[in-house]
Design a protein around this ligand. Structure first.
Ligand SMILES: Nc1ncnc2c1ncn2[C@@H]1O[C@H](COP(=O)(O)OP(=O)(O)OP(=O)(O)O)[C@@H](O)[C@H]1O
Length: 338
């Protein structure tokens, strides 16, 4: 059932955006559009922004992604869930040009996106953030934002950093960056090095930076991971705001409470495949999902081996984060951001 509350919270109100057609809140529009869609894998959506067909990606003998068909409804928030190694990040990498598939096609608004580089995909309106944030430690927060202004004239950020050579476009970019930093409450940090930000603030910067290119589709890879509870609420509000502004949001998340809270539709992956999709309330009723994911994650206590795995994974992630802090150029390559 659609929520009764109009989701124009403090965040949305602060944006001063008008309400969409018919005065109905986007959450209700997205949920209404999806209300009669059957809970079936690969099902057609009334107004798909993204359509994925027969996309496979293997690494050696491992099939990381094998998606026959997936449509993502425009203007809604789609949660992408699944156990570790299900292929969620690889699918993000493929859809945004950071990796190339073995087979398959995908499109945004009917335009094929295959074989495009990430910046070309971004110019067409599809951007993503990374699980491990890619804020560049040795640039200031504002400079990081200017790097996000892709697809616009005078885009060389180096030029934008040299006083006296700013063009109107770069001035506009700076104003836009400052507006976004205010919105994400990072304006006071604009001249600080991104490396001094907390993990949560980096997530905010990552999201703010993604918005510099005026995207229509925003793909967020674990936007809440590692963020303290106070900032989680703020991040959740910002994700809802993207929908308020008419954007299509796809996000990867492990926390089912978060998924239930903000998703209009949930897609479940396991072993590279989509094994279920439907509104959030359909997911916990789905036996395949319970078997592949929820049961394994939430019901059974961890075995000693599983605990060791969790600890090893945590150590790996911390090591990555520490490495991430010394990244000094935006040289994203295949498979990065995992
Ligand atoms: N560059 C790579 N080289 C080799 N194997 C890879 C590479 N990238 C991903 N894989 C493998 O592909 C599978 C899917 O990984 P992926 O990171 O997409 O899963 P995920 O669902 O995002 O997992 P998590 O929730 O842990 O982030 C995993 O088995 C992973 O080890």
């Amino acid at each position: 059932m659609p929520a009764e509350n109009t989701p124009t919270g403090a965040h949305a109100a602060s944006l001063g955006k008008g309400s969409p057609a018919g005065g109905r809140a986007p959450q209700r529009l997205a949920q209404a559009a999806l209300r009669d869609v059957p809970w079936e894998v690969g099902v057609a959506k009334p107004d798909p922004a993204i359509v994925v067909e027969n996309v496979t990606r293997t690494f050696g003998g491992l099939t990381a992604v094998s998606v026959d068909r997936l449509e993502v409804q425009r203007g809604g928030i789609t949660g992408l869930i699944g156990p570790n190694g299900a292929g969620k990040t690889t699918l993000f990498n493929l859809l945004t040009g950071f990796d190339q598939p073995n087979t398959g096609t995908w499109s945004f608004d009917g335009r094929p996106l295959g074989k495009l580089a990430p910046h070309q995909v971004a110019r067409l309106g599809v951007v993503r953030t990374f699980q491990l944030t890619k804020a560049l430690s040795r640039l200031t927060v504002l400079e990081n934002m200017l790097l996000g202004a892709q697809g616009q004239r005078g885009e060389s950020f180096l030029r934008a950093l040299v006083p006296g050579t700013w063009r109107s476009q770069e001035k506009a970019n700076t104003e836009k960056a400052l507006d976004l930093l205010r919105r994400f409450k990072l304006d006071a940090k604009k001249d600080e090095f991104a490396g001094t930000l907390s993990g949560g603030q980096r997530k905010l910067l990552e999201m703010a930076r993604a918005l510099m290119s005026d995207p229509q589709v925003v793909m967020l890879d674990e936007p809440m991971a590692g963020v303290n509870p106070a900032l989680t609420q703020s991040l959740l509000g910002h994700v809802k705001d993207l929908r308020e502004e008419g954007m299509t949001v796809i996000f990867v998340e492990h926390d089912m409470d978060v998924v239930r809270d903000i998703s209009d539709w949930v897609v479940v992956m396991a072993a590279g495949r989509v094994i279920a999709e439907g509104p959030p309330e359909s997911i916990s009723q789905n036996q395949a999902v319970v078997d592949a994911y929820l049961g394994a994650h939430h019901d059974a206590p961890l075995t000693v081996e599983e605990e060791d795995q969790v600890l090893a994974e945590a150590e790996r992630r911390i090591a990555h984060e520490e490495n991430g802090e010394v990244i000094d150029s935006d040289t994203t390559t295949r498979g990065e951001g995992r």
